[in-house]
Design a protein around this ligand. Sequence first.
Ligand SMILES: *[C@@H]1O[C@H](CO)[C@@H](O)[C@H](O)[C@H]1NC(C)=O
Ligand SMILES: *[C@@H]1O[C@H](CO)[C@@H](O)[C@H](O)[C@H]1NC(C)=O
Length: 192
Amino acid sequence: MAAGNGPWMALALLTLLAGLQTPALSEVSVQPNFKQDQFLGRWFTKGLASNATWFQEKKAKLSMCKSVVTAAEDGALNLTVTYFRNTQCHVWNLLLEPTGTPGHYRYYKPKWGSNHDVLVVETDYDRYAMFITQSTNVPGKELFMATLYTRSQNPVAERELNEKFRSFAHSQGFTDEAIVFLHKADKCIDDQ
Ligand SMILES: *[C@@H]1O[C@H](CO)[C@@H](O)[C@H](O)[C@H]1NC(C)=O
Ligand SMILES: *[C@@H]1O[C@H](CO)[C@@H](O)[C@H](O)[C@H]1NC(C)=O
């Protein structure tokens, strides 16, 4: 090999190392054979993992959100998120646009001018789903987050699901401190 290749090798190695800190989306696999119609309906945010500072500060206070997923036009998903915070119920709407890969969606937040990729990594549709959200162009906010959805606020085999999510979060590079299991919401969200 010519000596002149040295700097390029170093650059390639640096790029590779930088890539290891946050898994590139192309390395995150989606649920094989993802069935969007079975993913519809109500979910609860049971677990989260994030390295964001705001998340570390607030995680003890976070309670579960409810998400209702409906099919929108052209293969998109409409997410209606309800949560309780600061003595009030909040409702928030998101449109997840398809990317062409089943289980991989994208949304845009006009308020921040940011793009967010959502990948459903694993789901059995009737008990749980685990996904990754990667955001770009979010000033001062976390770029990478893992989420555990469950169909019920009190899922069957809760401990097993929590452990499954913990392993998943570890596999994505999150440490135990970055993982939180949310407590049941006592307002705004019923389990019906
Ligand atoms: C998404 O759902 C909400 C609540 O049902 C509704 O108000 C909104 O129009 C829907 N948006 C789309 C794009 O379907
Ligand atoms: C989160 O922070 C820990 C500790 O700094 C680090 O080891 C880990 O790679 C980070 N994970 C992600 C997904 O950024």
